[in-house]
Design a protein around this ligand. Structure first.
Ligand code: ZN
Length: 555
């Protein structure tokens, strides 16, 4: 072809493209031009511009192609060469709890017991008498793994406020003496299956309750009012928008769906929600005859979340062998284990999606075996079983995710956190299958990324950074902790968009920047695909677009 024919051919293509849109009478409501678009859609991985009509992406292409779709009323965003990628879909959050924690005492980075006490004192001083102090998200690993906090550390600074603040993983919590008094917990309180009351040498509870034992205090905490929950949800959705998180999968939505409905009615919801209920509640769903997840683009329900064990930080993750630093225990099987097979079987028969929390290798093996058995018994179906966390896997179990088509719903930031101290708890062979992103992908598994917010920060940049660099928060692993399990930026972004959309049966609706999909995308301050991996965590979200609407702009 000579130049003239080339130009002519280009013009014809352009004309046909524009004509096809005009024929459908389309003028874009919004166009984004001069962008470096990484679509996460293999059919068309890169583009310069995007056109949006109403809440959908209608075209992805060159600046010229997309500008041709603009009319007098079209809003134009000039991305000035910045990176545009699909909005993040966090596959595992506790959304209202996260919203609550945004305004509660923050203990995550309290580095010493004295600092821990000081922060609680300051917070309590601002509260009315009698108001519970919850959340906190403390981490005793900051000062000493063998030194759990005690009620004695906080009783003097919280005389009038009951306290029940949890460790960042939510698998143990510290009560003050007032809370224990209200709950009737004392020396004579019995231990429960799947839980532990931490006691001193005289058998007196010290303040910390683990897993199932947490319910002793949990049941006397007054429920939040509807108005309080609305505030929490509003804070959570605003915060998510500021971080480019456009969808979340709320593992503890339960009966709070009404909160999200109300926020949608008021036009204030900025985050799409996939809401899960406790696995043990499956019969409530079964009775409605719902046979698979359903809802609209904003709120969908129909997933169930179960527990197989606790957490590594609380030494309640369930392993085949004992902990190195706690040789008397190999963790705790959750109290749901005895009924898990039956619950999964019935819930799966009812067509619902099942997500089970499993951290230790034995918990993971147990869940995979239940999934395998139930798939066989209930027959072929696109069921998309999920293991939540899938943190510590035996090498032989890694390939089972691909084979059984079980999605590994993982939170890469946890590795930056746990990598500081996990080697004290687990021997080398067990560490081999820890946060094994590389092997899981290579053996055909699907990864869905998220944070477990508030367990980890909601900011997706921290998760991407952790997945790609595998550096730990203490800076002691500059080349990565278990570096052979690193994945690329593209793979990590995919797990955080496409992968998590797949995990909620929405890969045809969102998860990439493609014509026909929901207009959920973000403009970033830096090109995370080309900057030094070390700088990914400094990247900011400049603009967040959800449903074709700008919900956040960096000022
Ligand atoms: Zn969780």
């Amino acid at each position: 072809m000579n130049n003239f024919t080339k130009i002519f051919a280009c013009l014809v293509v352009l004309f046909l493209f524009a004509a096809s849109i005009v024929a459908q009478n389309l003028t874009a409501d919004l166009i984004v031009v001069n962008a470096k678009v990484r679509t996460m859609d293999d059919a068309k991985p890169n583009a310069e511009a995007i056109a949006v009509m109403s809440n959908k992406i209608v075209a992805v292409g060159s600046n010229v192609e997309i500008r041709a779709l603009a009319g007098a009323k079209t809003k134009t965003i000039d991305a000035q060469g910045k990176l545009v990628i699909p909005g993040f879909n966090d596959a595992h959050v506790h959304f209202l709890e996260g919203g609550y924690q945004l305004s509660s005492v923050d203990l995550r980075d309290a580095k010493t017991p004295a600092e821990f006490t000081r922060r609680i004192k300051e917070f309590a001083a601002k509260l009315p008498k009698g108001r519970w102090i919850l959340g906190g998200k403390w981490d005793h690993e900051n000062w000493s793994p063998n030194n759990l906090p005690t009620a004695a550390m906080i009783d003097a600074v919280t005389p009038d406020n009951p306290v029940f603040i949890d460790r960042l993983d939510g698998h143990m919590a510290l009560a003050n003496s007032l809370a224990f008094k209200m709950a009737g917990v004392d020396k004579n309180t019995k231990d429960v299956a799947g839980g532990e009351i931490v006691r001193d040498s005289g058998g007196v509870p010290t303040g910390v309750l683990k897993d199932a034992a947490m319910n002793y205090v949990g049941k006397v905490i007054p429920a939040f009012t509807f108005a309080e929950k609305m505030e929490q949800a509003q804070a959570a959705t605003d915060y998510a928008a500021s971080l480019g998180v456009t969808s979340v999968q709320d593992m503890s939505a339960g009966t709070d769906v009404a909160i999200y409905q109300e926020l949608t009615r008021l036009g204030k919801l900025k985050t799409r929600i996939y809401g899960c209920s406790p696995l043990s509640d499956y019969s409530r769903w079964e009775k409605t005859g719902v046979y698979r997840a359903f809802g609209n683009d904003w709120i969908r329900v129909g997933c169930l979340k179960g527990y197989a064990d606790g957490s590594l930080g609380s030494t309640t993750a369930w392993f085949f062998a004992a902990y190195l630093d706690a040789p008397n225990t190999s963790g705790l099987a959750s109290d749901e284990i005895p009924k898990m097979q039956e619950n999964v079987k019935n819930a799966d028969k009812a067509g619902l999606q099942i997500n089970i929390h499993a951290i230790g290798d034995k918990a993971n093996d147990t869940v995979l075996s239940v999934f395998e058995k139930i798939s066989r018994e209930n027959g072929m179906r696109d069921r998309r079983f999920r293991v939540e966390h899938a943190q510590h896997l035996r090498i032989e179990d890694l390939k089972r995710f691909g084979q059984l088509k079980v999605t590994a719903s993982m939170q890469p930031f946890h590795l930056a956190d746990d990598g500081r101290w996990a080697h004290k708890r687990l021997d080398e062979p067990r560490l081999k299958g820890t946060y094994a992103f590389r092997t899981l992908l290579d053996s055909g598994g699907t990864l869905a990324f998220g944070t477990d917010w508030y367990v980890a920060p909601l900011n997706p940049m921290l998760g991407l950074h952790a997945a790609v660099t595998r550096q730990t928060l203490d800076g002691k692993n500059p080349n990565g902790w278990i570096p052979e399990q690193k994945i690329s930026v593209a793979e990590a972004v995919r797990a955080y968009t496409n992968g998590s959309a797949y995990a909620e049966f929405q890969e045809n609706v969102k998860g990439s920047i493609s014509a026909g999909k929901l207009a959920d995308f973000v403009i970033l301050s830096d090109d995370i695909f080309t900057i030094k991996p070390n700088d990914i965590n400094k990247t900011k979200v400049l603009t967040t677009i959800v449903d074709g609407r700008i919900v956040y702009e960096h000022k």
